[in-house]
Design a protein around this ligand. Structure first.
Ligand SMILES: [Zn+2]
Length: 430
């Protein structure tokens, strides 16, 4: 099977033709320089070609919560959003804390075949924060796990965190920390501020995140290991990361699309679609997070796609679940927050949504240059599209998307996964 992509702007720069055969890019050249009678021809005039997007933080919910999402529906949602690889978080039922569970997730991802699914292993058994899980067994398994996280929970015990950081050095692993000091966030509901006081919702102080990030950076430096900070959400965290990078500590960090775009002001609606962990912060935090992403202090955008069934998000704010879906809106939110504001270019978007995440996940077939002999994992975007998000129009089993009803700029139009369309003109190719 051959596909000839004509007149696409590669990373928003040069306009080129790209010929794909089977799973590879076999030829790239100036417009109209490639002829092939067997190829399906797709005209990409006015469109942007990026390497397929890579998500470091996706909750696929399977096994255990197939009422919220399955590997099949989550993969379809990822393909719709331009992703060719996602990392599945470990907080499933059972928890992905053994070679058996990570291999099950890996196999299910392969059998769906819309996106590569890379399991993240739990740091501690059952996410309980007491005993280290079988990290090396997961690393040696068919799933070849390199990222470990108790996401949803923080590895708050400093001794355990130190041991985990030391342990993963043997196979060049990384600990991805959900930074939340549990004693500072007991019953917390939204960002701690005058607004949380006015709304009568228990405050979640920025320091609960920053204290853990600071501690972990110091531990990482002390044992010379690798740390990844999940969903950085405050200006203070950015300051600590800047200091750590200055000191050449081996730390990377992610920010979510929602923390780049939505502030705590949305909590005024008491609509639980805006309830998330970590919480939406102040406008000043959004400004610093955007700047940090543009400067490389924050390395990547990760969705923290967290599907929940309707009954878990309805009703009272205090009893609703934390989390938002985001795979299908991530690219447009980043484009609206970062490109429309001229803070970043499409080359930068390729870096933070594909190349860097692939590097952190140690993936060899994603986030690669768009060049001959590379695996054809591509995401094609209309930069001039303007569209209104409809949360119900989704491949996810859940509809808790906070951007519902908002108008975003740029849209993913095709996704090519290993040389074939996984999504074409908006339609997922199951
Ligand atoms: Zn988390």
């Amino acid at each position: 099977m051959k596909i000839l992509l004509k007149n696409g702007s590669v990373k928003g720069e040069k306009v080129l033709d790209i010929l794909i055969e089977n799973d590879k890019i076999i030829k790239i050249g100036a417009p109209n320089s490639i002829q092939d009678n067997e190829a399906e021809i797709i005209d990409l005039t006015g469109l942007i070609v990026l390497p397929g997007l890579v998500d470091l933080h996706t909750h696929l919910r399977e096994p255990g919560r197939e009422d919220a999402e399955t590997i099949s529906t989550g993969s379809a949602s990822a393909a719709k959003g331009g992703y060719t690889a996602v990392h599945a978080m470990a907080n499933t039922l059972p928890v992905a804390d053994t070679a058996g569970v990570v291999e099950q997730v890996w196999n299910l991802g392969k059998s769906v075949g819309l996106v590569d699914v890379y399991p993240i292993g739990a740091v501690t058994i059952g996410l309980l924060g007491e005993n280290l899980a079988e990290l090396s067994a997961m690393a040696d398994s068919k799933a070849r796990v390199r990222i470990f996280s108790d996401d949803g929970n923080c590895v708050s015990d400093p001794v355990l965190m130190r041991r985990a950081l030391e342990y993963v050095k043997a196979f060049n692993g990384v600990i991805a920390q959900h930074a939340q000091e549990p004693r500072l966030t007991k019953n917390a509901q939204m960002n701690e501020s005058t607004l949380s006081g006015q709304l009568g919702l228990t405050g979640w102080p920025a320091v609960a995140e920053e204290a853990i990030v600071a501690r972990d950076v110091l531990l990482t430096e002390h044992v010379q290991s690798k740390l990844h900070v999940c969903h950085a959400s405050t200006a203070g965290t950015v300051e600590i990361l800047r200091w750590a990078k200055d000191k050449k500590v081996n730390v990377t960090a992610e920010v979510t699309p929602h923390h780049l775009f939505l502030s705590q002001i949305h909590c005024e609606s008491y609509d639980a679609k805006f309830k998330v962990n970590p919480p939406l912060r102040r406008e000043e935090d959004i400004t610093e997070l955007r700047k940090a992403l543009a400067q490389g202090i924050i390395d990547v955008v990760a969705t923290d796609h967290a599907p929940h069934p309707r009954e878990d998000k309805e009703g009272e704010w205090n009893s609703a679940a934390f989390g938002m879906t985001g795979l299908e809106t991530a690219l447009a939110v980043v484009a609206t927050a970062m490109i429309e504001t001229k803070l970043m270019t499409w080359t930068d978007v390729a870096r933070v949504m594909s190349e860097k995440p692939a590097e952190i996940g140690q993936l060899t077939e994603h986030g690669r240059p768009i060049a001959e002999n590379e695996i054809a994992n591509l995401c094609i975007i209309d930069p001039n599209a303007s569209w209104k998000v409809d949360a119900k129009d989704t491949h996810s089993l859940s509809t808790n998307n906070p951007f519902d009803g908002m108008t975003l700029k740029s849209k993913v139009v095709h996704t090519i996964f290993r040389g074939r369309f996984s999504m074409k003109s908006g339609q997922v190719q199951k």
